[in-house]
Every structure is written in structure tokens, then in C-alpha cells.
Design a protein around this ligand. Structure first.
Ligand SMILES: Nc1nc2c(c(=O)[nH]1)N[C@H]1C(S)=C(S)[C@@H](COP(=O)(O)OP(=O)(O)OC[C@H]3O[C@@H](n4cnc5c(N)ncnc54)[C@H](O)[C@@H]3O)O[C@H]1N2
Ligand code: MOO
Length: 406
């Protein structure tokens, strides 16, 4: 007899899965966007390495601002190293990004001087050290700038480039094998030979989700409801992949063989089979050696919601990413009673206006868990926890933003 566990229990089990030791790969910087850094990155030099000008102006000695005139003895464009030095009574014209010449301790901006016959007269004084970027202002030699486990984004790429680092180690992404089971489902292009057959969407929806999350996907297509085909499919999936995802064949029908194969043919360790969620109550999670099998229900909306709730966190876990599903608060426009004692995920429309998210259900169809079209447009999932109260219009509720996953 199936023992249904709560959504929270299922997440605890999911989050406790330990995959085999993480492997690393070295990639060029811009191929690492969204990936997890596999080492600490420290600065091997100060930035800036030398005092540098932050403005266009004249490098002077601070006390010379009182002088009637300071003589300009040289020009110091960015990218050059000027030989001359600043001493009392003389200055060097210096530009943003140029090194501050030896002897100078202050940069007086162009706007604060009058130039008369190759001399400057200070019209507005500045404090000592003005507009000089000190050694190590940006970072100091030896400072850990980016920690192992960080997700690489634009700022990390820029900092790595400034360190002249072209390749970095990142954790490998999991290989995810995906297949849909069902004697009534047809793969793309397969000929329909009777009216009961439908086109399979699940294997491709899940491939899209997994790919967007960065996983390496292995598409295994569609297999019929027979024990041998499903056994071969799962064995082959487990050989190639770290995570095998199937859809269909996990509920109570005579032809729901996926669960039997997982339990009896593969002797996999079932971590749970049955969760009090809607949709997706028949979901099954199992471990075989260091690999994971996620068997999702066949209905298109169910399998998609479950892939979001369970497969994406498995991918984040595998790559060591401290990532969470995008769950935020939103204001709901209507009463929404809790229809059953389960954690329920209902498709809604979301918009962001006046600094808050709001949701409505306009155009959303009601019916079975087959309605994938409810996820088109600007969708989110309203989350009602199983122990929660009926929702009243105008309240703040939890929603999962689906377009963030697209
Ligand atoms: N007596 C009961 N019947 C059902 C129960 C139950 O508790 N008692 N649970 C229902 C719920 S809830 C779900 S969800 C489904 C799950 O069943 P399976 O995982 O075994 O899925 P299938 O029966 O294979 O398919 C269900 C449905 O989805 C369509 N389907 C299947 N694969 C695909 C695909 N790749 N792409 C698109 N659509 C697909 C399939 O034709 C069926 O209509 O069981 C309920 N029944
Ligand atoms: O488990 Mo089903 O997905 O609730 O319709």
C-alpha cells in the first residue's frame, strides 16, 4: 500500500540526496555564465597597482595650491609612464586612468584651475589626496574576491577579466535522461493509427526545463507500456545519466508499470512514492547506486509542475548551486478556498505593478491535470500549503514565478 507523505517531507528527502563527488570542468569565462564556481578566486595583485588618477587635471603637491602659479612641466596621458616628477612649484597634466606621477600627492581637476602661459592658478582648492585612487582601492593582493560555490554572473565575469583569468573551473552539470511512457502516446512525427492515441508533450517539456536549468539532456523519447521496454529504457538511462526522468505509469492502473520496474526489476531504493500534492500525487523518487530516478505522473500539467518542483532542485543540488525556486509574495484578486487537504499548485496570471506582484485567474481553464495551456502567457503557480486556511481576496499569497524558469 502506498504511503503518501507531505510536500515538506518530500522536500526534506529530496534535499538530502547526495550525488557522487562533484566533477569539475574548466571553461572560458563567458561560457561559465550561470555555472557554479569550483574554487576560490583571489587577487594576485593590488587594483590599482599604483596610485591612479580618478579625474582629468593636474598632479600637484597639496601645499602648492596656495602658490600664485604652478608651472606645467609635462603631460601624462593614460597608458604612458611619465618620467618627470612633481616637485614644489611644478605640476604635470594628468588624465583619468593615468598613473599619478612621482612626487605628487593631489590631483587638482581641470575645472578648479585657470591656465595662463603654461602655468595653472588654482581657483578652487581641494583636500590632500583628492582624485587619487590609492593602491588596492578596488581589491588588495591576496583578497578572496569570489568564493567557491558562487554562481557566475556579469559581475564575476568582469572581475575575473580584470584579474586576467580566462578560464575557471566550474562544477559539471548533471546528465538528465528523459523519456515518456504510455501505449497511447506518440512521439513527434509518429503516425497515428487509432483515435485513442495522443501526441506526447511531456518528454519535450521536461527537456526544455532541464536544458534551461543548464543540465545536459539525453532525450530517450517515447516507450510503450510494457515491462521489458520500460526496463530497458531505465537501464539504458541509468547507464548514461545521473538523473533519469520518466512520465506516466506511476498511478494505480493495470498498465502502470514504471513503478513495478523501478521497485522489482531494478531493485532501486524508493525514497518516496506518493506525496500529498496536487497535481502530482503519484510521484516516485528512487535511488539506484548514485543515480536518481524521478518518475512523474503522465498528465501534462502534473508532470510539468512536478518537474519544476523536484527535477530543478535536483539539478541545483547536483551542481552545488545555492539556488531556490523563484517563490515570491503576490496579492490575489479573488477568494480562493483550499479545496483539499494537499499542497496545491494552481496556474494563474501574474503581473508586477506598483512594486508588487498580483495574480488573477482570467482565462485559466478548470478541469483535470492535463491542461498544460494554463502555463502559457505570464504564468505563475499559486501555492496553497496543505495546512493553510482558505484565501481571501486581497491577501498576500505565495506564488512560483514560471517565466523565470523559461
Ligand atoms: N483510480 C485512480 N485513477 C487515477 C488516480 C488515482 O489515484 N486513482 N490518479 C490520477 C492522477 S491524479 C494522475 S496524475 C494520473 C497519473 O497516472 P499515471 O502517472 O499513471 O499516468 P498515465 O495514466 O500514464 O497518464 C495520465 C494521463 O496523461 C496522459 N499522458 C501520458 N503521457 C503523456 C505524455 N507524454 N504527454 C502528454 N500526455 C500524456 C495520458 O494519456 C493520460 O490521459 O492518474 C490518475 N488516475
Ligand atoms: O497526481 Mo494528479 O497529477 O493530481 O492529476
Amino acid at each position: 500500500m502506498k504511503r503518501f507523505i507531505s510536500y515538506d517531507e518530500s522536500l526534506t528527502i529530496l534535499n538530502n540526496i547526495i550525488f557522487k563527488a562533484k566533477t569539475k570542468e574548466k571553461l572560458f569565462l563567458t561560457n561559465c555564465i550561470g555555472r557554479v564556481l569550483a574554487c576560490n578566486i583571489s587577487a594576485d595583485e593590488n587594483s590599482p597597482q599604483y596610485p591612479t588618477s580618478a579625474m582629468d587635471g593636474y598632479a600637484i603637491k597639496f601645499e602648492d595650491q596656495k602658490n600664485d602659479f604652478i608651472e606645467i612641466i609635462d603631460k601624462n596621458p593614460a597608458g604612458c609612464v611619465v618620467e618627470s616628477e612633481v616637485s614644489n612649484g611644478v605640476c604635470i597634466k594628468t588624465f583619468t586612468g593615468s598613473l599619478i606621477p612621482n612626487g605628487a600627492d593631489t590631483l587638482i581637476p581641470i575645472e578648479n584651475v585657470e591656465v595662463i602661459n603654461n602655468k595653472i592658478k588654482v581657483t578652487k582648492e581641494v583636500p590632500k589626496g583628492f582624485a587619487i585612487r590609492e593602491i588596492g582601492e578596488n581589491y588588495k593582493k591576496g583578497e578572496v574576491l569570489i568564493k567557491e560555490g558562487t554562481i557566475i554572473g556579469f559581475a564575476e565575469i568582469g572581475v575575473l577579466a580584470s584579474l586576467n583569468i580566462s578560464q575557471i573551473p566550474v562544477y559539471c552539470m548533471p546528465n538528465v535522461a528523459i523519456a515518456s511512457t504510455g501505449s497511447e502516446i506518440l512521439d513527434l512525427g509518429e503516425e497515428q493509427i487509432n483515435e485513442s492515441q495522443i501526441r506526447s508533450s511531456n518528454h519535450l517539456t521536461i527537456e526544455a526545463l532541464a536544458k534551461k536549468a543548464g543540465a545536459n539532456t539525453i532525450q530517450m523519447g517515447v516507450v510503450k507500456d510494457d515491462i521489458d521496454s520500460i526496463t530497458k529504457l531505465l537501464e539504458s538511462g541509468l547507464e548514461k545519466a545521473d538523473i533519469v526522468v520518466t512520465t506516466g505509469g506511476v498511478s494505480v492502473g493495470d498498465y502502470d508499470f514504471v513503478q513495478d520496474v523501478i521497485k522489482e526489476k531494478l531493485n532501486a531504493e524508493v525514497l518516496f512514492h506518493g506525496v500529498t500534492v496536487k497535481p502530482g500525487m503519484h510521484i516516485l523518487l528512487a535511488k539506484k547506486d548514485e543515480k536518481v530516478i524521478l518518475a512523474l505522473p503522465g498528465f501534462a500539467y502534473s508532470s510539468t509542475v512536478c518537474a519544476i518542483l523536484y527535477l530543478l532542485p535536483l539539478i541545483y543540488n547536483y551542481e552545488g548551486a545555492n539556488k531556490k525556486l523563484p517563490i515570491v509574495k503576490a496579492r490575489i484578486n479573488q477568494d480562493f478556498p483550499l479545496k483539499m487537504n494537499k499542497t496545491i499548485f494552481t496556474a494563474c496570471n501574474v503581473k508586477y505593478e506598483n512594486n508588487e506582484y498580483s495574480i488573477d485567474f482570467e482565462g485559466k481553464k478548470q478541469g483535470t491535470s492535463a491542461i498544460l495551456t494554463n502555463m502559457l502567457g505570464n504564468p505563475a503557480l499559486l501555492i496553497q500549503k496543505e495546512d493553510s486556511k482558505d484565501i481571501k481576496a486581497g491577501e498576500l499569497v505565495d506564488i512560483l514565478l514560471l517565466n523565470e524558469l523559461k
